[in-house]
Design a protein around this ligand. Structure first.
Ligand SMILES: C=C(O[C@@H]1C=C(C(=O)O)C=C[C@H]1O)C(=O)O
Length: 365
């Protein structure tokens, strides 16, 4: 086929594609109207949840399976990310808050999950993102929860203990994370390194080896670190490579993370969780009566009894009583699944207070 013919055919197809995209968009407006109608029938005058992670997961799986190439599954999914982003923004004005400034891994994870058509709002602290989601200042908030190299993001867990009645986890997002050293200086001139404690934790071995004498200063985010390194002499930041161009820095060392496949997991917070999809996880937060011997063990045994797998367990100081802990347990299943509902009922007798922070479709990306 010659060039003119191929371009002519592409142009014809584009006309059809745009028509089909708009037809799809009109259908998603119908979906929005149907959600509103359903809520009204339940006597709820509120706004329906416009982002439905379970439905998006089904769409992604379907187009992945339908795809015959030559486009890669990743390319088709990236295109669909934007199609769904546009359809969400058509249904409602959606804003997504994240730990800023722009360029953080939280920002990248938010873009990965929500695409280009929504508004993004940076906040200075994780606590501020959670509080903004709780007050509905933003539609959704995105917070980091754990990293595969350095473990739990304790600020997020501690914030859940404060804001828990007002936010629910709606989705999870996984983002591969590569840390780099950014600076205006050569390695030998660097006296001070700024970064977030998580990024220091993920790059400690490289720093010990290459910059053992540079001061390490914790700041609120990796992008904030880049902003500071751009403004101060003889300093560097451990940050994402994308921050090099955003903050006018050079990449002095690329990929300084201690482990391969370093990945951070994030939660999307909103006002409610999605319906069960048949493949969900649930995060619980509780304290146990410390006067009761084996209280934690008894609580966890309930999950074994109902054949419920636990995928993560963390503890944080309760901050109410010394040496008293708040436990965070993640299990397979949805709060509304029969076996999970029964287990939650039973586990209450071992817990002083039990909060379901949310149920969300299980993701691997
Ligand atoms: C259209 C819907 O709303 C959103 C848009 C979707 C889409 O365009 O396919 C899918 C899920 C939702 O995030 C829906 O809930 O089905």
């Amino acid at each position: 086929m010659d060039l003119e013919t191929a371009r002519g055919k592409i142009s014809e197809l584009d006309r059809k594609l745009v028509d089909m995209l708009n037809e799809r968009a009109r259908l998603s407006l119908n979906v929005g109207a149907a959600k509103r109608q359903w809520l009204k029938e339940q006597g709820d005058e509120g706004e329906p949840e416009v982002y439905v992670p379970g439905q998006e997961k089904r769409v992604f799986e379907k187009v992945r399976n339908l795809n015959q190439g030559p486009l890669s599954a990743e390319s088709v999914c990236a295109i669909y990310r934007e199609i769904m982003s546009a359809s969400i923004s058509l249904q409602s004005d959606v804003s997504v808050g994240y730990l800023g400034p722009p360029g953080t891994f939280s920002h990248q994870a938010a873009m990965k999950r929500f695409g280009d058509s929504l508004a993004y709002v940076p906040y200075a602290k994780i606590e501020d993102v959670v509080a903004a989601a709780a007050k509905e200042e933003i539609t959704y908030g995105l917070v980091p929860i754990e990293n595969s190299t350095f473990g739990a993001v304790v600020q997020t867990l501690d914030t859940f203990a404060v804001e828990q009645p007002s936010v629910k986890i709606r989705a999870e997002v996984y983002l591969p994370v590569t840390q780099s050293l950014l600076s205006r200086y050569q390695l030998s001139a660097i006296r001070k390194v700024y970064s977030h404690p998580q990024a220091f934790g993920q790059s400690r071995q490289w720093l010990d080896q290459h910059l053992p004498n540079a001061a390490r200063i914790d700041v609120s985010s990796t992008a904030k670190a880049a902003e500071l390194a751009a403004a101060e002499n003889y300093t560097a930041a451990i940050s994402s490579e994308v921050c090099a161009s955003m903050y006018n820095l050079d990449v002095v060392a690329k990929d300084i993370t201690s482990t391969k496949d370093n990945t951070t997991r994030f939660f999307v917070l909103g006002q409610s969780s999605d319906n069960p999809t048949g493949d969900d996880k649930t995060l619980l937060m509780f304290t146990v009566d410390h006067r009761e011997p084996g209280a934690l063990c008894s609580a966890l045994n309930v999950f074994a009894k109902y054949k419920i797998n636990q995928t993560a367990i963390n503890s944080r100081p309760s901050r109410q009583r010394q040496w008293h802990y708040m436990f965070f347990v993640e299990i397979i299943g949805h709060e509304q699944d029969g076996n999970v509902a029964s287990a939650l009922e039973e586990i209450k007798s071992y817990c002083l207070d039990l909060v379901v922070l949310g149920s969300y479709p299980r993701q691997s990306y």
